[in-house]
Design a protein around this ligand. Structure first.
Ligand code: HEM
Length: 155
């Protein structure tokens, strides 16, 4: 029951993170392209601020539940006299997951503050540039997220 609950938390976190990236990348951003820069940059800033706050919580929950599941499984194996070796699929998932977290850190703590500063200064060209950087890295993380889900389910 504990293990199943941890997996539920893990998967819900990933649904919020990866699903949110799909929405932002394929639906929200293209729809805002026709707006005036002042409206578009401010709208994207406000949406991303809320989304990144939710992703921060999702990342913490995903990491905590993932590590907890590994610990839980390892303890059971050792208690029943076996020796624990991390399955390859889990190792690849955790490695890709950590890369995704590092990229998210770059987006949230380096690129997003640039967008925030541009909005405060009503510097729309700088805001557009910051948004372009965020878009590139969200695209990379989205691809890694889909790959990680495939690895988790197929390996
Ligand atoms: C450091 C980060 C991560 C750790 C430590 C971790 C660890 C784990 C563990 C231990 C499981 C349980 C596997 C099982 O019971 O068979 C699991 C399940 C899963 N994880 Fe992760 N994970 C991480 C990141 C990710 C990421 C980034 C994704 C996708 C974007 C992901 C997708 C999944 C999926 C889809 C499952 C369900 C697999 C199944 O039920 O067969 N994980 N994870």
């Amino acid at each position: 029951m504990l293990y199943a609950s941890l997996k539920l938390i893990h998967l819900l976190s990933i649904v919020v993170w990866v699903g949110g990236m799909v929405f932002a990348h394929f639906f929200l951003r293209p729809a805002t392209q026709a707006l005036e820069p002042a409206v578009r940059v401010r709208l994207m800033h406000d949406v991303l601020e809320r989304f990144f706050a939710a992703v921060l919580v999702a990342v913490v929950l995903m990491l905590a539940s993932g590590v907890w599941m590994i610990g839980n499984f390892a303890r059971q194996v050792v208690q029943s006299g076996g020796s624990f070796a991390m399955p390859l699929g889990w190792t690849v998932m955790a490695t890709l997951g950590l890369v995704m977290v590092a990229i998210f850190g770059h987006i949230r703590f380096v690129l997003f503050p640039r967008l925030r500063r541009a909005v405060s200064a009503t510097d729309w060209p700088a805001g557009g540039k910051a948004l372009a950087g965020i878009r590139t890295w969200v695209g990379v993380n989205l691809a890694l997220g889909v790959l990680t889900v495939a690895v988790a389910l197929l390996m």
